[in-house]
Every structure is written in structure tokens, then in C-alpha cells.
Design a protein around this ligand. Structure first.
Ligand code: 6PG
Length: 237
């Protein structure tokens, strides 16, 4: 896995924005279908993206946004991955409504996973029966989870579905998750991980032992890229 290390979370977020903008702007004749994870880490990136420095360089009309996972909460909840991006970014930039595909946190998770997969099958090019999202952006929890695939939920690592119901085992919050099958078929798979509390999960991701879903995924996509700060890298002893 290619690693990119920066001095702090903001510089890491900005570097990832530059990476994505370079990608979309070097292919001006095509659309990009990008799936985003939630949690707190991407929020800084969404805030910076809404600034004129980045929003002004973004070809919004060629972007289509999807979610890697969602918590089963209303969109106006602070817990909603879609809701957080909407408030920090989507409400501030000229993104077409019909290019934004939220997972509906108010639907039954099993039904919503099936609906979202049907929609993805209509929207996303496929490669050997899996979706080839242009970019899938993942985070990693300090317990080793990614997407909403938590340690021990191995069926989400091996199932044939692209999206499936999940549950946070600590809070019992219901979720909808992109599975390993869909994650691993992304054209570009990018992790954004910052903070000293992620040091162990980063170590696992850079090892050869599958200690959890994030390392399982990282070990099975040789082109995966990891954007992290020095605190997550462990280089700042
Ligand atoms: C979610 C995310 C999840 C997230 C990690 C890291 O919905 O929670 O998709 O996979 O990326 O939990 O979250 P933090 O950025 O909050 O540490």
C-alpha cells in the first residue's frame, strides 16, 4: 500500500483533496463516481473542500457522490454521514441534487442495503460482477473496523452483496455498509486516517496479518493508498 504522511490532520485532508482534484481534472471528459465514508476524520476535508481555494477548482457537474456506509439515523442527526457532508459541503457548493445518492438512514437496513445496491448497479460500471467506483474513500476505526464492517463481522468481508445491513457492536446502532466485495473492486481505494489513536490499526494495515477489517481490505488491494498524519503513522515517537 502506498503511504502519504503529513504533519497534521489538516495537511492530510488537503493533500487528499489535491489528489482527488488532480485525478478528476486530468480527465476532463469523464464523470467520477466517488463513495465517501463518514465519521469525524473526513469532516475537516469537507470543510476545506467548501472553501473557494478548493471548490473553485472542482468540476462539480462531473461528480457523483455515494456513501460507503450510513448510520440508521435521520439525516439531520449529527451521526448521519450524509447529513454531516450536506451541512459542511453539499449545501455550500453547486453540486447537482441528482448527482447525490445518500443511503437512507430511516429505511429498514436490509431493505435499504438492497435498494442502494440496485441503484449502484444502475449507476456504476461493473468489473467481474463488482462495482468499479472511481474512488472509494475509507476511514479506519481504532478497533480496526472500516466502512461499517466491525471486527468479527466476517460475512461482510466474504459475501457477494455489494451493500449489507450491519450493526455497531458497541452501541448496537444499526447501519448499512459497503462490503469488501464492492470496496475491493474500486478503481482507486484510498484510506484517510489521522490521530495517534489510529497508530495500532495503521500498523496492522501495513503488516501482513489480517487483524481486522481495515487491514483485511488494505492487504487485498495492492494499489490502495493511505493518507495519514505523523501521529497515526507512529513516526513521531
Ligand atoms: C462511519 C465510518 C467509519 C469511519 C471510522 C473512522 O460511519 O463511522 O464510515 O468507517 O471511517 O469509524 O471514524 P473517525 O473518522 O470518526 O475516527
Amino acid at each position: 500500500m502506498m503511504t502519504h504522511i503529513f504533519d497534521d490532520a489538516q495537511q492530510t485532508a488537503e493533500a487528499l483533496l489535491e489528489y482527488m482534484l488532480e485525478l478528476v481534472n486530468e480527465s476532463p471528459d469523464r464523470n467520477f463516481h466517488i463513495a465517501f465514508s463518514g465519521g469525524s476524520t473526513p469532516s475537516m476535508m469537507f470543510k476545506r473542500w467548501a472553501s473557494s481555494e478548493y471548490a473553485g477548482r472542482t468540476p462539480w457537474e462531473r461528480l457523483y457522490f455515494y456513501w460507503v456506509d450510513e448510520r440508521c439515523v435521520p439525516a439531520d442527526s449529527d451521526e448521519s454521514n450524509y447529513g454531516v457532508m450536506k451541512r459542511l459541503l453539499l449545501d455550500k457548493v453547486p453540486m447537482r441534487e441528482d448527482h447525490i445518492f445518500p443511503i437512507n438512514g430511516m429505511n429498514d437496513p436490509s431493505e435499504e442495503a438492497a435498494r442502494y445496491e440496485r441503484q449502484a448497479r444502475e449507476q456504476i460500471n461493473q468489473l467481474n460482477g463488482s462495482p468499479a467506483f472511481d474512488i472509494v474513500l475509507l476511514g479506519a476505526g481504532d478497533d480496526g473496523h472500516t466502512s461499517s464492517i466491525f471486527p468479527g463481522q466476517n460475512e461482510l468481508l466474504t459475501c457477494d452483496e455489494w451493500f449489507a445491513p450491519s450493526i455497531n457492536p458497541y452501541t448496537h446502532q444499526k447501519r448499512v455498509a459497503m462490503t469488501a466485495k464492492a470496496i475491493l473492486s474500486a478503481n482507486r481505494l484510498v484510506f484517510l486516517v489521522t490521530g495517534a489513536n489510529k497508530r495500532e490499526v495503521v500498523k496492522d494495515m501495513l503488516s501482513t496479518v489480517d487483524r481486522g477489517p481495515a487491514s483485511y481490505i488494505a492487504h487485498r488491494n495492492k494499489n490502495a493508498e493511505l493518507f495519514m498524519d505523523v501521529f497515526a503513522s507512529g513516526y513521531n515517537k
